[in-house]
Design a binder for this molecule. Structure first.
Ligand SMILES: Cc1ncc(COP(=O)(O)O)c(C=O)c1O
Length: 398
């Protein structure tokens, strides 16, 4: 409550729209130490390469400390852009440094995209369900969302009709999506690119999880199928360290120029020091030695959760979950009469947490889903947590 003597500023329309959410309140409780939390979207700190980053930070301060502490280019440090361009090229899309814009986490890319593409009332296409943080970033510019057709294999390009024409862009996560963990196959990527050309649509490919495959690399990026109309967002948050706040946008230079001008007004540039450290460790080959450990850790924990779900969840035709081949999330479907926000309240009493599915829908909320993350919980706790969750679910089955 505001104190009597504290004056209240006149807030903008935008600021007054930001309302407290019941899910946010519940998620605060999920952070308590005695709760087994499948709610987190954070990568496992067990996977952070602390020693290698410390060595690189010492090296940078010793050899190039004065440039590391100086202002830098809005586009991003050359060494980092060169590395990312090289990796994109190796992955099948010839890319130069001019086709890479460094941003402060891919969340900033979503903000820049919102500001650059959306006017009040602009039509924006999103998957159903989709990443909550993207909805939040886009909502700041008051678009009208339209939902893209999806099925149990993810986004279905064949079901996108001519009415999609005229939308400002389609925001998609083709690989190990948040929240579903689903990946669209190469055929769907190709047809989505084709559809985008037919309907003159821009594609925003958000790909924070593509490197986190367990047994087999995912298909080529969506950008490989439509480089002329795709902006591909990447991040170092899940493969190196989210605290660095380093992400990037790859795409045609004339569009990146727009982002560069806007970013200049927002924060001048992303921190020089962390960019230089990241460029050093990655040019020394850290990703190739480090990511396999993260993949193995997540694969093991994902399997522990799939096994526990199989063992404990009530057998019911409307209870099912995705079986991701990479990434950080399992998406569980429950009978439609179960509201997962209500379920979360009871789960918290049993000291287990997840994210209620309703958070992930732009328009038509399907409240009978739950997002489960396994990455920060060790296997024996996963088993214990899923058992407790299954008991809560079982109590609701009719
Ligand atoms: C789909 C997706 N996009 C973007 C982000 C933002 O990541 P960052 O800003 O750390 O790069 C996340 C974070 O969880 C995400 O899941």
């Amino acid at each position: 409550m505001a104190c009597i003597d504290c004056p209240t500023p006149s807030l903008s329309r935008l600021a007054t729209q930001a309302s407290p959410s019941i899910i946010r309140e519940l998620l605060k409780l999920a952070g308590q130490p005695d709760v087994i939390s499948f709610a987190g979207g954070l990568p496992s700190p067990a996977g952070f390469p602390v020693d290698e980053i410390k060595a690189a930070a010492d090296f940078i301060m010793e050899k190039q400390g004065r440039s590391a502490l100086q202002y830098s280019l809005t586009e991003g440090e050359l060494a980092l852009r060169d590395y990312i361009a090289k990796r994109e090229t190796e992955n099948g899309v010839p890319t130069t440094r001019d086709e890479v814009q460094i941003v402060s986490g891919s969340q900033q890319a979503l903000d820049l995209i919102a500001r650059a593409f959306i006017d009040e009332g602009s039509r924006v296409l999103v998957e159903s369900p989709t990443y909550l943080g993207a909805l939040q970033a886009f909502r700041m510019c008051s678009p009208v969302f339209e939902e893209l057709p999806t099925d149990d294999k993810g986004l279905n390009p064949d079901a996108i009709g001519p009415e999609a024409r005229g939308a400002r862009f389609a925001y998609v996560m083709p690989t190990f999506a948040n929240p579903t963990g689903l990946t669209i196959d190469e055929g769907r990527r190709e047809r989505l690119a084709q559809k985008a050309r037919e309907l003159d649509l821009w594609l925003i490919e958000d790909d924070p999880y593509g490197e986190l495959w367990y047994d087999q690399a995912p298909p080529k990026s969506l950008r490989a199928f439509a480089p002329e109309r795709t902006l591909r967002l990447g991040t170092l948050s899940k493969v190196l360290a989210p605290g660095f706040r380093l992400g990037y946008i790859c795409g045609p230079k004339h569009v990146l120029n727009v982002f560069t001008h806007m970013k200049q007004a927002i924060d001048l540039h992303t921190a020089t020091f962390t960019q230089q450290i990241a460029a050093k460790v990655m040019n020394d080959g850290l990703l190739d030695t480090h990511i396999p450990h993260v993949r193995a850790l997540y694969k093991n924990q994902c399997q522990a959760m799939l096994d526990a779900l199989e063992e404990f969840m009530p057998k019911h035709p409307d209870i099912a979950w995705t079986k991701p081949k990479g990434g950080m999330f399992i998406w569980m479907r429950l009978p439609q009469y179960i509201d997962s926000t209500e379920l979360m309240k009871e789960a918290l009493e049993k000291k287990v947490a997840f994210v209620p599915g309703s958070a992930f829908y732009a328009n038509e909320v399907q409240a009978w889903h739950a997002r489960l993350s396994f990455v920060t919980v060790p296997p024996e706790r996963i088993r214990q947590g899923v058992k407790a969750l299954a008991e809560v679910v079982a109590a609701h089955i009719r």
